[in-house]
Design a protein around this ligand. Sequence first.
Ligand code: ADP
Ligand code: MG
Ligand code: MG
Length: 903
Amino acid sequence: MSENKDPQKFVYDFTEGNKDLKDLLGGKGANLAEMTNLGLPVPPGFTITTEACKVYLESGEAPTALRDEVSAHLSALEARMGKQLGQADDPLLVSVRSGAKFSMPGMMDTVLNIGLSDASVVGLATQSGDERFAWDSYRRLIQMFGKTVLGVDGDLFEEALEDAKAAKKVTVDTDLAAADLKKLVKQFKKIVETQAGREFPQNAREQMDLAINAVFDSWNTDRAKLYRRQERIPGDLGTAVNVCSMVFGNLGPDSGTGVAFTRDPASGHQGVYGDYLTNAQGEDVVAGIRNTVPLADLESIDKKSYDQLMQIMETLENHYKDLCDIEFTIERGQLWMLQTRVGKRTAGAAFRIATQLVDQGLIDEAEALQRVNGAQLAQLMFPRFDDEAKTELLGRGIAASPGAAVGKAVFDSYTAIKWSRSGEKVILIRRETNPDDLEGMIAAEGILTSRGGKTSHAAVVARGMGKTCVCGAEDLEVDTKRRRMTVGGKVIEEGDLVSIDGSTGKVYLGEVPVVPSPVVEYFEGRMHAGADDADELVAAVHRIMAYADRVRRLRVRANADNAEDALRARRFGAQGIGLCRTEHMFLGERREMVEKLILADTDDERESALAALLPLQKADFIELFESMDGLPVTVRLLDPPLHEFLPDITELSVRVALAESRKDANENDLRLLQAVHKLHEQNPMLGLRGVRLGLVIPGLFAMQVRAIAEAAAQRKNAKGDPRPEIMIPLVGTVQELEIVREEADRVIAEVQAATGTDLKLTIGTMIELPRAALTAGQIAEAAQFFSFGTNDLTQTVWGFSRDDVEASFFTAYLEKGIFGVSPFETIDKDGVGALVRSAAEAGRATRPDLKLGVCGEHGGDPESVHFFHEVGLDYVSCSPFRIPVARLEAGRAAAQSRGSDSR
Ligand code: ADP
Ligand code: MG
Ligand code: MG
């Protein structure tokens, strides 16, 4: 597409472009061209390419050829319209509209009515026979131009407008007469003069050129730059500029402007959805300055335009094969299309629309998979507030971390912790959170802030914890000193119940009842997609999941440590367990046995401690293998540092000190304290853990291997089909693995001989240290599988201690755009990902049948799943709840790469 474009050509008439030229013409321009070529009524105009913008940004000046090209296109437009830009007796007016490939906050707002001046406003009044209209258009131009091109504070114009209405004792702008508007124009011009230090330009071409350059300049506003850095949008794409001849919705009651969707963006149903406002221009319809009417009412206002609009909407849907949203204007009974694009939709609608379009024969299954995504599916799986419930909406903020949370309002972390300890559910409400709030956030059901955006501390930390969060609810006046907040005169005191919806950003007073997600009911097997009471959404999800399962290559396993989780994972579609952690098997009542193991002075003591643990471990595994019968279960040998199983150092010190002062020191406590001191580490994450434990504590790993092997043998003898895989954590060099393997092989052989079974156990390792990744070729000689532990790998590659950095400075990093999303959420492809890729290749070079998986949390993250598909892993493993998301994304990734192979 970019090969055959003319390098000299900086301006395209709307008749020359099409929807696939978004790189060159921006989204808005490409779609205006597409509609033009479909024969729809689009006001004529032209688009200045992103290439022109690039030259401008590089050299600080518009390319010389641009001026001439714009002149040529303008002349052609003038000839076609039969009038000239700004012509005094009958002016051609245009809008200047920015439009990059991706829509982006911070880009210049559209300027309408360019071409009006003190002279041409009179001509427009005469031509239209409507003086009020002409002066209304002129005051809008000065206002928009002043604000967006000349950088004048927009409030100054708004205030003047308010004053004019107040002086006349009217409330809406349409009640201002021509004379009022004339006065307003005078005032507006004064504002421009004093604020911008120059007169409002009277020359039409100068207005247009200034506006075009202002669009170019807006590419580099701080907001746009930050957004691009966060969204990984290249900084050199540039924006296109659209110059479009004006049509007027403010020409009286037979004119108006509106927005519409070709389907309901909430349910996906086909129908008439949109808003219309008579006698209005531009953004009036969404600005809430007057009450709009539902689009369906247009039928009785202007039947001809309405019918035509319905026809056009159908054309657009069939053409784009998707839900479109549109902007239109009616000028004295004539309909004009001003914009269209594939419209945003709710998560539920995305699934329904995708299957509806398949049924209509507009798209195929592979395409349907591209119309939904895992984030949407995840949203549908959260419990939600009951739609039927009566609610009192307090305000709305940014939906920062999904879920529905109800609790008592508390305004400081201390209270949050105190109340939650006594069994209360609380919502922590702050203006903003900071690292000191961490424990309060952990204690709360949800977090609500009145400041900050999607990358604020509250948002980042809540997402990391999987906790519901609404942030930046600016209507809320949070007063932490007086422990209350006020919203529109209403006071919410500490202890009052509030409900927050992290999927919509809505904040309610009182307790809104929560209903389980029907989609989860379906995955749980409690609702069948074909059942009479199954809703449309469930049926759609069911179908899309089937498409995904049919095409995906990646298998999906679960991270699960017990039979209950394993069974849920199976219901959710897990094809095995990718990570069974064994540490929880050492907690609770068993902690005492671990203490004995750690305190053992002699081999006998140690062996008897291990012997006591063995049957318990074995019983755990029997249950697990049974619940995953016929599917692989990867068991990770003990990973965390031992001191995690010992009492807290401070508590124990105090206890011992008190006992000593009473002179009845307990021998065991003293030994325990010694051990705690001995095992205390400055940096436990980098200390005695993982395989290092297995090498240092004699018999520990052997006991675990024996428990696994004996459990497998017992299942086998009971006619089961156990498929355990033994996984060694934190290996950095093949030598470590070799030593552990020798011992494990010996134990397995013993168990097989004793039980008369052939267990076919495999032994592999986690790859979670950079050194392991870098020497993967060697490690593969001793490993039958690799499982990438991307949590630890991310920590060690970046040198980040996750718990510390997420709560302290990640917010700052995100705000500075150093990354758009935490590398713990989405795999850092360039760094951590590169290691995964090269380790996978090196491992397979050594051992072609090496099985490759991933068991970090990234295994359930949509973007990461695509990456793992691409580097050729065999499976991803994630928490049971994320399994459907991983299945869907694995399917999407497969369908995508198939699509691009055949292209
Ligand atoms: P945005 O990208 O913010 O939607 P637009 O360029 O679409 O900005 O324009 C803002 C508003 O002005 C929209 O309501 C649009 O329909 C209207 N508008 C833009 N160009 C014209 C025009 N030539 N005639 C009439 N209205 C226009
Ligand atoms: Mg628009
Ligand atoms: Mg690890």
